[in-house]
Design a binder for this molecule. Structure first.
Ligand code: ACM
Ligand code: ZN
Length: 481
């Protein structure tokens, strides 16, 4: 049977399930199933789904949905449970928004492949996307940009909007029914042009700047040494937290440029007070305060790996590894901190198949090199990010995400010894009708694994058209500094 993700164990018996088989669901006690595992037993006249939890029963139903694609289901027993507790995708709604209906389609696909987290990137240089009743300028100014000037695209048309509290609540409820946690991300203290455009006094120069219309990494970041900034951020977190019941809260921390801090008397003074000479320490100090604040509100803080550049952080913080030449994430895992793996070279689904073929995504082992075997359990899972600077329509989004989205889901759920990319490709093709039924059209199989010459030509073409080389160099430099 073609099932994605591939189950831990299937035993087949003689015969097929009859047309009038009775379906029953049962909560059982079986510690080997854990929080999310399940058993499906089929016989000539019955289909029984068993699990310790409602989530487990839900995943059994998702497997059954795939089995139903066949004209007959064999008599069998499936016993299945996940390899990792965190399995997610990231949606960037800051650069380009998706409609509530489109997001629901993605959530359906996530549920089908047993993802349990939607990381929702809602604030960046190009827009702030959450309705704010406390800080109305975040929407009046920070949610709008004058144009899309991403790569070679120049629309000249004002773009923007935000999700109302009702829309957020609708998405959160839709996810909850599917056992998917919605983890919001407010990226801080960098990637904050939209926030600064609304409230310039939060930046070092305190100058009015427009919401960015281009991709890149920008100089204007929050002035992390000002009490006013901290008070604002706490108040913002207080407004956003109640919208998202998830324990986890993401405060970003990637790609922060230090130039404004170096020019700012307050920031220079603060660095001196900290007794440090590397401006990464200022970021650490600011992030540590936000981490304490989130913890005091019962949240599990999550940050991108650059947040560790200024030194170790609170062990209760989860680090999301994406591009980490210095292996800060490995160090965090080895100190018993939790790590989510979203490796740039393998899991970034906004990069073309020429650069990141399906098999490269699929075959990547998220247990990062350098993590001590006894600490490998600190890698709590995997996440497939999709950034949307160049992705402004849903068909393109689906083309980029699928099948790599499902590949990361399988790595997150299935045990490593079960993984086989060719088998995955066959199984993914078999379940594609379930995606198409939901309005999701994956990339055609001929695009998944380009040949080496195709990869070279396609990758050069992508960088020529889409990416400003300076932005990319900045990104890599920020990893090295
Ligand atoms: C990132 O891709 N800047 C986390
Ligand atoms: Zn400053």
């Amino acid at each position: 049977m073609h099932i994605v993700p591939i189950p831990s164990r299937i035993i087949y018996y003689d015969g097929n399930v009859g047309q009038n088989a009775v379906i029953t669901k049962e909560i059982i006690t079986d510690a080997s199933l854990g929080e999310e595992g399940y058993i499906i037993r089929t016989s000539l006249n019955s289909i029984t789904l068993c699990a310790q939890t409602d989530a487990g029963l839900f995943y059994a139903e998702k497997t059954l949905e795939q089995l139903r694609l066949y004209s007959s289901i064999p008599c069998m027993e499936i016993k299945d449970s996940p390899a990792f507790s965190y399995r997610g995708f990231m949606l960037d709604s800051a650069r380009h928004m998706q409609s509530v209906d489109e997001i629901k389609k993605l959530v359906d696909a996530a549920a089908l492949f047993k993802f349990n987290t939607m990381h929702w990137h809602l604030s960046d240089d190009q827009g702030y996307r959450i309705e704010s009743k406390k800080f109305p300028l975040l929407n009046e100014k920070g949610s709008w940009r004058e144009s899309d000037n991403f790569g070679s695209m120049h629309t000249g048309v004002r773009y923007g909007g935000y999700y109302t509290h009702e829309e957020i609540s609708e998405i959160v409820s839709y996810c909850k029914e599917r056992f998917i946690d919605v983890v919001p991300e407010i990226d801080l203290p960098g990637h904050t042009t939209a926030i600064i455009s609304a409230y310039p006094h939060l930046s070092c120069r305190k100058e009015q700047i427009p919401v960015q219309t281009k991709q890149g990494i920008f100089e204007d970041v929050l002035c992390v040494s000002s009490e006013e900034t901290l008070e604002f951020v706490y108040a913002l977190l207080d407004e956003v937290m109640p919208l998202f019941p998830s324990e986890r809260f993401h405060i970003g921390g990637d790609e922060v440029k230090f130039n404004r801090w170096k020019e700012c008397p307050e920031c220079r003074e603060k660095l001196k007070k900290l007794g440090k000479d590397n401006y990464a320490a200022l970021q650490s100090d600011f992030t540590a305060k936000l981490i304490s604040y989130l913890k005091s509100k019962g949240k599990k803080p999550t940050v991108w790996n650059e947040s560790l550049a200024g030194g170790d952080i609170d062990r209760d913080t989860t680090v999301q590894m994406w591009l980490d030449g210095k292996k800060h994430s490995v160090r965090h895992a080895n100190r018993a901190g939790k790590v989510i793996v979203s490796d740039f070279y393998h899991y970034y689904c906004d990069y073309p198949y020429h650069m990141t073929p399906l098999e490269k995504t699929y075959n990547f082992n998220p247990i990062l090199k350098g993590i001590a075997p006894v600490m490998s359990k600190n890698v709590i899972g995997v996440e497939a990010p999709l950034w949307t600077e160049y992705i402004c329509d849903f068909d393109k989004l689906c083309y980029m995400f699928f099948p790599r989205f499902a590949a990361v889901a399988e790595v997150g759920w299935s045990s490593r010894e079960k993984l086989d990319c060719r088998s995955f490709e066959r199984r993914f093709n078999a379940v594609t009708p379930l995606l198409e039924k939901r309005g999701i059209k994956p990339a055609p199989p001929s695009h998944w694994n380009p040949t080496l010459p195709e990869r070279l030509i396609g990758t050069i073409g992508f960088f020529k058209d889409k990416i400003s080389i300076s932005a990319l160099t900045n990104s890599f430099n920020s990893q090295i500094s």
